[in-house]
Design a protein around this ligand. Structure first.
Ligand SMILES: Cc1cc2nc3c(=O)[nH]c(=O)nc-3n(C[C@H](O)[C@H](O)[C@H](O)COP(=O)(O)OP(=O)(O)OC[C@H]3O[C@@H](n4cnc5c(N)ncnc54)[C@H](O)[C@@H]3O)c2cc1C
Ligand code: FES
Length: 289
């Protein structure tokens, strides 16, 4: 295929329905068609993309690297990393929940139904559910809830019970509640506005879940404070855990080392790339920030 100078995107990127030239490859570059891109509250938008079937292999905790349109006519350099919010295999769609704040995500917020959107992925190592996990606790805050939400889909598929504790500044920015509940999770909301999100209160809730046998594993994203709490309780009660980390990224596939963070493995400090070795890591190895 000759490259047309007027094309916005490379002619190697796959659209829904295209024959797959490399079906064995886990990662690809795709041109999605925007189905919808709606506000869910004052700060967050939810975009739904129709995508090539290879992109639907993405699982909870993995990310795509997004080539965001410009919000102002000037170039937006570098792709932006974004966790998968939901994969709807039957509809051939992948969804993202995002906070429109910087130039990339503000550009994304301008996308209209029918527009093209170039994304690369799925990238990284996502969440894993061990056969011994019968009931898990998911604790997230802010945009971290977008990363944790597809865990409820994975858990529902594997018959694992989920208690999701959703932490937010106030009721107006609580997200993903319907998605968790729609897949059978029990949800608890804790807020800054009524002080229920205080560490002492969340600790009390976690201790109750542990005592009730509802916490075979912990999962968290979006707050250093909550990560530290889960690490402490995980150590105390010998509960395994996983954390999804965020870090500024450039390449997104392990080549540039921009996303390196420090981890503690067997008492030694080691450096790992969040994009390639994660973004999901053993909770006890994460040093936090
Ligand atoms: C693994 C992973 C999953 C993520 N999932 C989500 C999600 O589901 N929803 C969501 O809203 N956000 C998510 N983020 C954060 C998202 O990548 C940033 O909000 C976004 O890159 C900001 O770009 P911007 O141009 O709007 O902001 P700007 O501030 O203009 O960005 C400037 C630069 O900083 C980088 N950057 C800024 N903030 C972050 C950040 N927190 N993490 C990584 N790079 C950053 C950008 O890539 C860009 O290169 C995720 C980040 C990572 C690493
Ligand atoms: S972003 Fe380049 S190595 Fe992680």
């Amino acid at each position: 295929m000759a490259l047309d100078l007027n094309d916005n995107y490379s002619n190697r990127a796959l659209r829904a329905g295209d024959p797959d030239p490399d079906p064995g490859r886990p990662v690809g570059e795709f041109i999605g068609t925007v189905r919808s891109n709606a506000w869910v509250n004052d700060e967050y938008k939810h975009v739904v993309l129709k995508l090539h079937e290879r992109a639907l292999k993405a699982y909870a905790g993995q990310m795509f690297h997004l080539l965001c349109p410009s919000p102002d006519g000037a170039e937006v350099w570098m792709r932006r990393p974004m966790s998968v919010y939901r994969v709807d295999k039957a509809a051939g769609e992948v969804e993202f929940l995002y906070k429109a704040e910087g130039r990339g995500t503000r550009g994304m917020a301008t996308l209209q139904p029918g527009d093209d959107f170039n994304i690369a992925g799925p990238l990284g190592v996502g969440f894993r559910l061990e056969p011994s996990f019968k009931n898990v606790v998911v604790l997230g805050r802010g945009v971290g809830l977008a990363t944790l939400a597809p865990l409820s889909q994975l858990a529902a598929e594997q018959g694992v019970g989920v208690t999701a504790i959703l932490s937010a500044r106030h009721q107006g920015v609580v997200m993903s509640k319907e998605l968790f509940e729609g897949l059978g999770a029990r949800t608890l909301t804790v807020l800054d506005s009524d002080a229920t999100s205080a560490v002492e209160n969340v600790e009390r809730i976690l201790e109750e879940l542990i005592a009730a046998g509802k916490a075979d594993a912990f999962f968290t994203c979006g707050s250093n404070r909550l990560l530290k709490l889960m690490q402490r309780l995980g150590k105390k009660h010998n509960i395994p855990g996983q954390v999804a980390m965020e870090q500024i990224m450039v390449c997104g596939f392990g080549a540039c080392y921009v996303c390196v963070r420090t981890f503690e493995v067997d008492g030694k400090r080691v450096l790992k790339r969040v994009c390639r070795d994660g973004p999901v890591f053993n909770m006890q190895e994460a040093v936090g920030w």
